[in-house]
Design a protein around this ligand. Structure first.
Ligand code: GUN
Ligand code: FE
Length: 424
């Protein structure tokens, strides 16, 4: 199909955090890969375009995963009796070391890409490993899938096992520059992102070198922030001069501002750190399933939203077990209720509409105009068939979308479009 066409069906999308908009049996117009809007009646100007009628099925924007580790897909569900730092040493680092072997990487990454492709997500911001070849292979495979992704070769020059850790700051920076040179101009839908793993993995010398590379290429940044209490204590010991964990990145210019940045977790960010997140326009990737699995805590997302922070959702596989952002929306709602009941009565629970916003438009803003069907947004759409979710009730379109968020799975996905191309 050309990149200009019309889809007909039951359309649902966020216009903002508060407004989940529904148009039953409406028309969604794609013009050159972007939305030209949603209409109750098809305007004459679009009547010449090819039309695909999805009948009673539901059409929503593609879901957006702001934080996932591709090499961790292989060991999802393992080590869930451990907390972050022990889990990294026992499961994560030994597994990631295997991606030095390109044949292992090929097998493992094929499983990962296949799983994300058949799910409801159309975009993701991805950690690879330290290995240049395996990272390039992952990017080739993601490009072939049709998904839109940002992928980071991970940097780590301290505090990991010798078989994973890079030799020196200089070696890590050099590998990063080689990686960027290799992939320059190679892809349409796959972009590089600078990826210092987290403060405990990166020396000051490496952070300075990454800032130089980031500024030279104008690249975005991703990392982890204030996920676990022992981790935060460790960062205090490593960086006695920093006012906060966030400040430990900010000192190097690796915390938002002119460099678009995602920080995953922010479970324990206090008032000062969340002020800095707000000032620098850093995106928070809320990863509720991971935060539950490895007992990190419950991030105060209501507080962040009221403060005006930019928030999206992350699966954080393998901290999280599911790549589907529907499951992460569900988890965000669940943990928000526990937080309100057990921790802070000011943090009112997230509604379905709010979780839907976070998993589409909230994360989508990191990619520019993605995550909505308002005119001008990039055309990512997922078509859902909910006929197997049986009920004798007469359901409104909003009710049907609520059921999808609360208990749909990949079997409900009927078609998927990314940037105006049908990939499923
Ligand atoms: N912090 C540093 N590395 C990781 C990782 O791989 N997963 C999670 N959840 N947190 C981290
Ligand atoms: Fe993570």
């Amino acid at each position: 199909m050309d990149k200009s066409f019309v889809l007909r069906g039951n359309i649902c999308y966020s216009k903002n955090m508060r407004e989940l908009h529904t148009v039953p049996r409406g028309y969604l117009v794609c013009e050159n890969g972007r939305s030209a809007g949603v209409f109750r009646e098809l305007p004459g100007a679009f009547k010449h375009l090819p039309l695909e009628d999805f009948g009673e099925r539901i059409i929503i924007p593609g879901l957006i995963d702001l934080h996932i580790h591709a090499p961790q897909f292989s060991y999802r569900g393992l080590g869930m009796d451990l907390e972050l730092l022990n889990w990294l040493d026992t499961y994560t680092f030994p597994e990631e070391a295997k991606y030095k072997n390109i044949e292992y990487a090929r097998r493992a990454y094929a499983d990962f890409v296949e799983d994300v492709k058949k799910g409801p997500n159309t975009r993701a911001v991805v950690f690879a490993t330290v290995h240049v070849l395996a990272t390039e292979l992952l990017m080739d495979m993601l490009e072939a899938s049709g998904l839109v992704t940002m992928v980071g070769k991970v940097n780590m020059d301290r505090n990991a096992s010798p078989d994973l850790q890079e030799e020196s700051a200089e070696a890590s920076a050099r590998a990063t520059s080689e990686w960027l040179a290799d992939i320059a101009g190679k892809y349409k839908n796959t972009y590089p992102i600078i990826t210092p793993r987290f403060i405990p993995s990166c020396t000051d010398e490496l952070m300075r070198a990454l800032k130089t590379i980031q500024a030279e290429h104008g690249l975005p940044i991703q990392s982890h922030l204030s996920e676990n209490k022992n981790e935060i204590e460790w960062v205090k010991e490593l960086c006695p001069g920093s006012a906060s964990y966030g400040d430990a990145y900010d000192r190097f210019g690796l915390f938002g501002g002119s460099a678009k940045t995602i920080m995953a977790h922010c479970v324990w960010s206090d008032e000062d750190e969340s002020d800095l997140i707000e000032e620098r326009g850093v995106f928070v990737a809320h990863c509720p399933q991971s935060n539950t699995n490895i007992c990190s805590g419950i991030a105060p997302i209501r507080r962040y939203i009221e403060k005006g922070l930019r928030v999206g959702l992350g699966s954080d596989v393998a901290g999280g077990s599911d790549t589907s952002l529907f499951k992460i929306m569900r988890s965000a709602i669940e943990v928000s209720k526990l937080r309100w009941r057990l921790v802070d009565r000011c943090d009112t629970p997230l509604t379905v509409g709010e979780a839907f916003f976070l998993g589409t438009m909230g994360g989508g803003e990191f990619f520019g105009k993605a995550g909505s069907f308002d005119e001008g947004y990039e055309f990512d759409a997922v078509v859902l068939d909910d006929t197997n979710l049986k009920s004798p009730l007469e359901l409104s379109l909003k009710d049907r979308v609520a059921r999808i968020v609360m208990y749909a799975d990949d079997r409900n996905i009927d078609a998927k479009f990314v940037r105006g191309t049908k990939i499923l």
